[in-house]
Design a protein around this ligand. Structure first.
Ligand code: GP9
Ligand code: MN
Length: 694
């Protein structure tokens, strides 16, 4: 009896389960039937974006990136949800219009990517030279079949539309309340997907989204539609920023430069390098604190040590970057202007007028070029290098990039330099005087490809003698396995690449009449706790010394800020033991490079914000984009309104107030120069006439 009862129960359960499934399937089918237009719109929109990633980025990881698929789904279904607010008869026009728009985005980007290995930007359309370039590109290649594949979306939508028309779908009557309900339901699902998307974002995703220097990354994680919307906002922002306040900005600008001389002030270094060729190294994430550092008696950076010992070495030199990192340091190095307060000069303000070192050297008969074996559109360099005056920008397409030669972001520095020597040799044969900037890449965060950097142990090795007289080698982990330790391995690689480059140039006689300049572009943003381990390692316990320990070295936030110094070196082959071979330890910033080098090479930019270090000497001050500043006496933190004295010299309240005011003024003037395009004489003449006539 009991068995019978149980079997009956089981049967009942099975039957109800089946009914539920049938019901559910029915519901699903119903849903598909009732929402076929919306779903077609969403699926084809997501499909197009996926095809675009597939055709452009050729890697499974990229085109099947679920984050991008999710983001695309959110965007397209959000647009789609509002279609339900319309009466059924008007719905097709709505979906079709948006479908064409989204298809257009995919097509334009597909064509653009073929030419520029990057995604399109709305801001580029405001650059006339770009319209020319892109226009030509489109005309020449309009027949590429792959760019037409995206029309599949509107075609499918038309197909579905015709079917629905036959079935009288559009004649249905839907009450306003029902339409609202359907919109709300679709938006709720979209909202849930959005939440899932947002919570899965990493901090790297978020930071790259806002910085916008790596468009491929944004497309890979956020999809093409979010990328384009993000790009649109970023393109409009500079226009909004420059809409108000021109008169005040222009007045302050004129006041600021009123007493600046039209000619440079001469000193003992004036024109010492006039007419010489120049090689400038933009050393990615190279910091001063590696100079002289050793592990197990091996130098971390033998090349850098040699250059700093045999050349003119500025040991108290700071980079002044903001969120634009590499590009900000290129801006300040070339123009002596500070990074902008919002956005980045390279990405948001590339159509402004700049006075760059290359432009000034072009005027002196130099041939100028830049080299970076990475995507030309990273940090919008294609446009900005041209704007700064580089006559030729050698980018990834000019290099042979094989899988075996890749480390981290792209072509390894060793291979980059090797191929660059050939190019420089050709340039040297063709041009009398030349100036070239080479941007390194391998020593880039996260410094994780340690197996590719070559052997460089950062442990502590010791030989101990046992009681029986035998010896054995012991090792304490020390910096092994830490990010800072990996950084040392990476910088050791970059340094050896640099060494090979110098040797390569020398072998071809390219150093004989050349001045070699090197700057670290910014610090490597390494964890404070790793520095603490570097300076306070207790090998007995394999941990950090207690703060009470007499050997404990304080490494607080001030030490961290001061430790962000980067090297700046001017070196020539025969400088060793001459009057130019010395260390200058006055505080100096990237913005002092234009006036300092200008004096040596005989060019001048009246609108430089820094100073020739040989005129200002120990009175110099370096301001940072966040309002902090440092001079030889103290480091001032503007957020905390606190400072760290660096010498015994007494510090007065007035000195702090004066320097803080100077910093704020300088940052304002610099920002206004870029936002209001104040170095553009033609434009400003026009604006002045308009305001005079008011
Ligand atoms: C990109 C490279 C790195 O091409 O210069 O830029 P960063 O991340 O240092 O700004
Ligand atoms: Mn950089």
């Amino acid at each position: 009896m009991k068995i019978l009862k149980n079997s009956w129960k089981k049967l009942k359960r099975d039957i109800s389960e089946r009914i539920r499934i049938i019901k559910r399937d029915h519901l699903v089918r119903e849903y598909f039937k009732n929402n076929i237009l919306f779903l077609t719109f969403v699926i084809t929109g997501v499909l197009n974006s996926t095809i675009l990633r597939f055709l452009c980025m050729h890697s499974v990881e990229n085109y099947l990136s679920w984050k991008a698929v999710l983001a695309d789904t959110v965007v397209v279904s959000m647009i789609g949800a509002f279609g339900y607010l319309l009466k059924p008869k008007d719905r097709f026009a709505y979906y079709f219009g948006f479908c064409l728009f989204l298809t257009g985005i995919c097509m334009v980007n597909s064509v653009y990517y073929t030419f520029y290995t990057s995604f399109a930007s709305v801001s580029m359309l405001s650059l006339t030279q770009y319209i020319g370039d892109v226009g030509d590109a489109v005309v020449e290649n309009v027949l590429q079949l792959k760019d037409l594949i995206y029309v599949i979306a509107p075609l499918i939508l038309i197909g579905i539309h015709l079917k629905l028309k036959k079935k009288n779908y559009y004649k249905r009557v839907e009450l306003k309340s029902e339409r609202r309900k359907r919109t709300f339901k679709s938006l709720s699902v979209t909202g849930a997907l959005l939440v899932i998307f947002l919570v899965t974002l990493s901090s790297l995703d978020v930071s790259r989204f806002f910085k916008q220097w790596n468009k491929e990354y944004i497309v890979m994680r956020f999809g093409i539609y979010v990328y384009q919307a993000n790009d649109l906002v970023a393109s409009v922002q500079p226009k909004v920023n420059s809409m108000f306040g021109y008169d005040k900005a222009s007045r302050e600008f004129n006041d600021y430069f009123a007493n600046v001389s039209e000619k440079p002030e001469a000193n003992q270094y004036t024109n010492i390098f006039e007419g010489k060729n120049v090689i400038v190294i933009h050393a990615e994430s190279m910091m001063t604190n590696v100079i002289g550092l050793r592990f197990n008696d091996q130098e971390v950076t033998p090349t850098l040590n040699r250059l700093s010992q045999d050349g003119m070495y500025f040991s108290n030199f700071y980079s002044q970057v903001s969120v634009g990192t590499s590009s900000d340091s290129e801006l300040t190095y070339n123009t002596s202007l500070m990074p902008t307060k919002s956005g980045t000069a390279f990405v948001s303000y590339s159509n402004r007028e700049y006075i760059g070192i290359p432009t000034l050297l072009n005027e002196k008969g130099y041939y100028t070029f830049s080299m970076h074996a990475n995507n030309a559109d990273f940090w919008n360099r294609r446009a900005m290098h041209k704007n700064l005056g580089y006559q030729r920008f050698y980018s990834k397409v000019d290099y042979k990039v094989d899988k075996e030669n890749m480390i981290g972001l792209g072509l390894s520095d060793k291979e980059f330099f090797k191929q660059s020597v050939d190019k420089i040799e050709k340039i040297n044969q063709k041009h009398d005087k030349w100036y070239g900037l080479l941007i390194m890449l391998t020593n880039h965060t996260p410094f994780s490809e340690v197996d590719k950097y070559g052997e460089f142990p950062v442990d502590i090795k010791e030989t101990i003698t046992n009681e029986d007289g035998t010896t054995e080698e012991v090792s304490y982990p020390y910096m092994e396995g830490t990010k800072l330790g990996n950084y040392f391995k990476s910088i050791h690689y970059a340094d050896s690449a640099l060494g090979e480059f110098i040797d390569g140039l020398d072998e071809r006689g390219l150093l004989d009449n050349t001045v070699f300049v090197l700057y670290g572009d910014h610090d490597a943003r390494l964890p404070k706790k790793d520095y603490n381990r570097l300076y306070n390692y207790n090998k007995e316990t394999d941990s950090v010394l207690e703060e009470e320990d007499p050997n404990y070295r304080v490494f607080d936030s001030y030490q961290y800020e001061l430790g962000r110094k980067v090297p700046f070196i001017i070196w020539t082959k025969n400088m060793k033991d001459t009057s130019l071979n010395f260390e200058n330890s006055n505080v100096m910033g990237m913005y002092d490079v234009v006036p300092t080098l200008g004096n040596m090479f005989g060019f001048y930019n009246k609108y430089a914000l820094g100073h020739d270090i040989y005129n200002i000497r120990e009175k110099n001050i370096v301001v940072f984009p966040n309002g902090n500043w440092v001079n030889n006496n103290l480091y001032y933190n503007s957020q905390k309104a606190a400072y760290l004295p660096l010498t015994e010299t007494p510090i007065s309240e007035e000195e702090i107030a004066e320097n803080t005011e100077y910093t704020n003024k300088l940052l304002d003037v610099s920002n206004n120069i870029i936002v209001f395009d104040l170095l553009n004489e033609d434009k400003n003449k026009e604006l002045k006439e308009v305001s005079d006539n008011k």
